[in-house]
Write a protein that binds this ligand. Structure first.
Ligand SMILES: [Zn+2]
Ligand SMILES: [Zn+2]
Length: 95
């Protein structure tokens, strides 16, 4: 199977990059079935970001008031006015 340089579009930065014959051969040898989706720059950035990235903090909870019984409750998303918040009790009994 002959390899040819391929131009692919990076998923992250949108720039074209070349998937070279050497890389294609490497991928084939490793048995990778997918073509790379990121250019080398973005791949490097991701590699570096993996150990320097910000840890996922605890989930933020928002105070809300139950639209049905008026009890204070907490929800894992920002309460919006167009969507009534129900406390756990009302939510459960509403179903
Ligand atoms: Zn890129
Ligand atoms: Zn309630």
């Amino acid at each position: 199977m002959a390899f040819e340089d391929k131009t692919l579009k990076c998923k992250d930065c949108g720039k074209d990059f070349v998937f070279t014959t050497g890389e294609q051969q490497f991928y084939a040898e490793k048995g990778f079935e997918n073509e790379p989706v990121r250019c080398k720059d973005c791949r490097d950035v991701r590699k570096r970001g993996r150990d320097g990235g910000a840890p996922a903090g605890p989930r933020e909870m928002y105070d809300a008031v139950c639209a049905q019984c008026g009890a204070e409750t907490q929800v894992p998303f920002k309460p919006r006015n167009d969507r009534p918040i129900l406390c756990r009790d009302c939510f459960t009994s509403n179903r």
